[in-house]
Design a protein. Structure first.
Length: 384
């Protein structure tokens, strides 16, 4: 920030033709040809609004450490615009409810006093300006007194307006570390290709640049899956031996079709069944209808269901299922039965349900009807 030692070097007055080249941010120039103030941005000269008026070094005040953003008590050390103001700090007071209290002050542990360069009416004139060194809102900005003459200090309400620095109100800025600023901006629901985005160009030291939506890179289409494009899934590398931990991508029908991942091992099991029969009138027998598991994986038996064309009379039909010669019904009362005079029956209580690859199942007919045996038995083994 400018200080009392170098302010005269940073405040210039001349014709437009003699204005120096831009390149020293913070310099102020009064263009006598066009009668307007300008400021050096570092790359160009920009008009300052409002124009301070006629040039006078008396209008130039030593910089202040902070400037107010609201009405304050003019006594005691306090925090102003995020700055911890202590005794002897200079402060621009510009937001008092009583405008006549505005001005440049020196902070103190007790009552504040006006700064020595701005404590008389003769020193507080239209066009007086000052730079602010620190602050969340006002830091690195300049303020000019826009109250017209005559000014009686302590009686006339003083108004200060920003004329240089960060520019724009903080409410219109977007910051790296402030939440909710983008969400607060009005949304355009139907953007078009000519609309502009603000980006940081990673290939140009993150310089800010604008980009039309229509010029955004679209990504590699070959890596995408679309609803209406044929052959995309067939073109993907196949995994011939998936395992339980492999993932599927699904649309969750219970959550508005949100995309979610699912492990293969957690997919709901689909049931299959073996179906075979013993034709004719039933007799007690063992080791019938041998079934091998040749799937390459372990299966789980969930039900054994029986059916006959001719119902038994006098007693139930009882069937046992063996795996590699050993019953899967450790509790024999859980074996599937067809009650006398009925045509079907089942059991879902299977104590040894695991059916490993290479194992085989056989069927025993342990009991038949005592008066009518029953005939044409069908055995269903349901597994997953």
């Amino acid at each position: 920030m400018p200080t009392s030692a170098n302010l005269e070097d940073l405040i210039l007055r001349d014709t437009a033709a003699n204005r120096p080249a831009a390149g020293t941010p913070g310099r102020i120039f009064y263009d006598t040809t066009n009668e307007k103030w300008q400021r050096d941005t570092g790359s160009s000269w920009e008009d300052c609004e409002p124009a301070p008026g006629s040039f006078s070094l008396a209008d130039v005040k030593d910089s202040v450490r902070a400037a107010t953003t609201a009405n304050i008590t003019l006594s005691g050390e306090q925090t102003i615009d995020g700055v911890s103001v202590v005794a002897v700090d200079r402060v621009l007071v510009k937001d008092q409810s009583a405008g006549a209290e505005n001005g440049i002050y020196v902070a103190a542990s007790g009552a504040w006093s006006r700064a020595i360069d701005a404590n008389t009416s003769a020193e507080v004139t239209p066009g007086m300006f000052v730079f602010v060194e620190e602050g969340t809102v006002n830091g690195d900005q300049g303020f000019v007194l826009t109250t017209n003459a005559p000014i009686t200090l302590g009686t006339t309400a003083l108004s200060f307006t920003q004329f240089s620095g960060g520019g724009g109100s903080d409410t219109t800025a977007i910051h790296d570390d402030a939440a909710g600023e983008i969400a607060a901006i009005t949304e355009k629901a139907s953007p078009v290709s000519g609309d502009l985005l603000l980006i940081e160009d990673s290939a140009a030291s993150n310089a800010k640049k604008r980009v039309q939506i229509g010029n955004l890179p679209g990504g590699t289409d070959a890596a995408a899956i679309h609803d209406d494009t044929a052959g995309e899934i067939a073109a993907i590398t196949e995994k011939t031996t998936p395992v339980a931990a492999d993932l599927f991508l699904i649309e969750d029908s219970a959550a508005s079709n949100a995309k979610k991942r699912v492990q293969i091992g957690n997919l709901p099991k689909l049931n299959s069944q073996l179906l075979s029969s013993i034709e004719g009138v039933l007799v007690v027998t063992t080791g019938k209808l041998r079934f091998y598991n040749e799937t390459g994986r372990t299966l789980t038996i969930s039900k054994v269901k029986l059916a006959v064309d001719t119902a038994p009379v006098g007693a139930a039909i009882i069937v046992d299922v063996h795996k590699n010669g050993v019953t899967v019904f450790t509790t024999q009362s859980n074996r599937p039965q067809i009650a006398a005079a009925a045509n079907e029956g089942e059991s879902t209580t299977i104590e040894v349900p695991s059916w490993a690859d290479g194992d085989y199942l056989t069927v025993d007919v342990d009991q038949i009807g005592s008066s009518t045996a029953g005939s044409d038995l069908t055995v269903h083994v349901i597994y997953s």
